[in-house]
Design a protein around this ligand. Structure first.
Ligand code: ADP
Ligand code: MG
Length: 685
């Protein structure tokens, strides 16, 4: 877009420094920003509705002659003004009015009003309409287009938004900007066509279609916006790659020895992903690879292969887990796996304090610690690595993109491996992870039996409790998961405590344990350890067990009120069973009656054990914010595009992005600037 669009808003009529400040608060600094400040909805002021035809509840323009205007003394004093046309009458009611107003509204004048029609004391009424007295001689035209209602902002009235946006559109139209997207991709509309349409749609515009976000003008903008985001992620990727990374090509023997000591052979899928990672590590540019694999597909050992190679090449490895429990579990796994190689991992979480912390930090800084496992505490400023070569981020969906990038700001660029257990629908990953290469472990280790899932109503709770007894008396272990009642740890913990007590009384022979988010981490861990060691038969838990807990002997899971959880989360939970050779079961103990949607969702759990299928269903049913987790919703914060509404556009996004970058590279920056603003949040983190 030409320069005019990039001028400050103060170049517009009516914008002084004070208005500019208010606009800046709404993120509007340049003329161009106004163009993309799109209306939320529209009012129809293009027609005059005959008074005999007005309906309560509608916003309409009416016109008539004032018959009487008088103060009415009801419960509240008001100015009541009755108007009439050839088809009927209507009352205008003003609770607040000035003497001048009262004087103006005199019988005999013609008046045009806009407002909402309601039923009032005198029949149909309009309260505080916008109005204008009409000059007999000069017939004032009605609006030619629908009237936009803009997203509000303190101190900027709708009238001001309308004037400024109209000015911006007119100014830019005069400058005839070049389009940044190829014409054939524009749904028959140039950018300017689309913007003009949405700021001022014609009277016959299909408002329903616009509400749904599927008008060609919106599709045109959404596509461009998605391309802009894609280009921004690609730019970020190029910036990272420009920084260079250590070549980790050696260590073949060490990795081979490591794999040979495992009690199992890698699956073909694991081996393929290990090879893909090896190819990346051997290059002097930093790897940025996402490994997606269903729960239990064995991602950890794949990460261990990469870690072994990096250490054999003389570099440090940092592994970041989302919770302390999981960090500790990884530490234990890696300690076992690397024992024969003489490598012992060190742990760094928020709980490592005082002297232990100081000596750990020192070992990291002087390079004595080759393998560091922890939570996000790993990437605080006080942590300095001597030679960091590889970062592994486990269960990525719990970390934001921002965290993902922050760790790469530290001087030299390590390779990054990101592992997610929540398979991400392809459409979403194209947007959220365009800057990552992707590997998929699409095979479970042999001998795993799919978890049998059943739906049982809570009216049959007794039967389910019996089932728990039978399983535990048969030497197996079970989980009983209590779900969130409200967004409150405390309430959830309370509910879990009550359930635990109830189950203890009803299952006197069993050893019952309890974990929830309110426990001290050390207590939580102690209980988990007991469950792992088999000294607890039944573990009552809140959703804190969701991620990563590995107890092969647990073969039964009861999930209470599963209708409250997302499918991806249910799938994660269910993945805690079915880890051993035993046939495993998951009981979804739902609260009846179940809504139609609830039924649809839980049925997909019964139908499938495939995380990718379930993720697609989840996206359909709940939308991208939920699927990616709340911390990532900022990423989905588009101006026009909505992944749920515009998913079909995504197919073209990557290709179009590439085309713009290759054929018209000078347009990349303007596009990114236009849609992501100066902040360009990805690059600035
Ligand atoms: P996830 O992908 O969910 O993180 P894990 O890495 O925790 O899965 O692996 C789940 C379990 O499967 C672990 O106990 C692990 O030791 C085991 N495992 C991993 N790979 C294999 C394999 N190829 N054959 C048998 N068991 C495996
Ligand atoms: Mg895992």
């Amino acid at each position: 877009m030409p320069d005019i669009a990039n001028q400050p808003v103060t170049s517009l009529r009516g914008v002084g420094p004070r208005m500019a400040d208010k606009l800046a608060e709404a993120g509007i600094e340049q003329v161009e920003d106004l163009l993309f400040h799109l209306p939320l909805r529209y009012q129809d002021r293009t027609r005059i509705t005959p008074l005999g035809a007005v309906q309560p509840g509608s916003d309409v323009v009416v016109e008539g002659e004032i018959r009487v205007a008088d103060i009415a003394f009801g419960r509240r004093r008001s100015l009541l003004c009755r108007i009439q046309d050839s088809t009927g009458t209507l009352s205008l009611r003003f609770f607040h009015f000035s003497a001048a107003q009262k004087n103006n509204l005199q019988a005999g004048h013609r008046i045009r009003c806009f407002g909402e029609v309601r039923r009032g004391a005198s029949g149909l009424e309009m309260y505080h309409p916008e109005y204008r007295l009409l000059d007999e001689i000069q017939a004032t035209p009605v609006e030619e287009s629908l009237t936009p209602i803009y997203p509000g902002s303190a101190g900027v009235s709708q009238g001001t938004w309308r004037k400024l946006c109209a000015q911006a559109v007119a100014l830019v139209a005069r400058a005839a900007p070049a389009d940044l997207l190829p014409n054939r991709e524009g749904f028959g509309l140039s950018l300017l066509d689309a913007l003009t349409y949405l700021h001022a749609p014609p009277p016959d515009a299909p408002q329903e279609l616009i509400r749904e976000g599927r008008h060609p003008a919106q599709l045109r903008l959404a596509l461009e916006e998605l391309v802009a985001h894609n280009l921004s992620l690609e730019k970020l990727r190029r910036q990272q790659q420009a920084r260079g990374a250590p070549v980790l090509a050696a260590g073949q023997d060490e990795v081979g020895d490591f794999i040979a000591t495992l009690p199992f052979a890698l699956t073909a899928a694991q081996q393929r992903v290990v090879d893909e990672i090896d190819a990346d590590l051997a290059k002097p540019i930093p790897m940025l690879r996402l490994v997606q694999g269903d729960v239990g597909s064995g991602k950890t050992v794949v990460a261990a292969c990469a870690a072994r190679r990096a250490m054999a090449c003389g570099f440090q490895v940092a592994i970041m887990a989302p919770t302390e429990i999981l960090a500790e579990q990884h530490r234990a796994s890696f300690a076992g796996w690397f024992e024969s190689a003489g490598i012992s991992p060190c742990l760094l979480t928020g709980r490592v304090k005082g002297k232990a912390r100081r000596s750990t930090l020192e070992a990291i800084a002087n390079g004595e610690a080759p393998l560091i496992i922890g939570t996000h505490a790993l990437f605080q400023d006080e942590v300095k690595f001597a030679r960091l070569g590889l970062v592994v981020v486990d269960e990525q969906h719990r970390f934001g993109v921002h965290q993902r990038l922050r760790l790469t700001e530290k001087g030299e660029q390590p390779h990054q491996l990101v592992m997610t257990a929540t398979p991400i629908p392809r459409t979403l990953s194209m947007v959220a992870y365009a800057d990552l290469d992707c590997s998929v472990i699409d095979e479970l280790p042999p001998g795993r039996q799919p978890v049998q899932t059943v739906l049982i109503s809570d009216s049959r709770r007794d039967k389910v409790i019996e089932r728990v007894r039978a399983a535990c008396e048969g030497g197996r272990q079970a989980y009983w998961v209590c779900t969130l009642i409200e967004e409150s740890d405390a309430l959830e913990a309370q509910a879990a405590e009550a359930t635990c007590q109830d189950l203890e009384t009803r299952l006197p022979g069993l050893r019952v344990g309890l974990v929830h988010g309110r426990l001290k981490p050390s207590d939580k861990e102690a209980v988990m350890q007991q469950f792992k060691a088999g000294t607890i038969d039944l573990l009552v838990a809140t959703t804190v067990i969701e991620v990563g807990v590995d107890v092969a002997n647990a073969s039964l899971m009861i999930i209470e009120n599963p209708e409250r959880l997302g499918l991806a989360q249910l799938h994660q939970l269910r993945g805690r069973v079915g880890r051993g050779a035993e046939a495993s079961h998951c009981v979804l103990l739902f609260k009846s009656p179940l809504s139609r949607q609830g039924q649809a969702r839980l049925s997909s759990m019964r139908e499938s054990n495939d995380g990718f299928y379930i993720a697609e269903r989840d996206l359909e049913l709940r939308g991208p914010g939920e699927v990616l987790g709340t911390r990532q919703t900022g990423l989905m914060d588009f101006r026009v595009a909505d992944i749920q509404v515009h998913g079909d556009l995504l197919e073209r996004v990557r290709e179009l992005g590439r085309e713009v970058a290759n054929q018209r590279p000078e347009q990349v920056e303007p596009l990114i600037r236009r849609w992501l603003g100066n902040a360009e949040r990805f690059a600035s983190v």
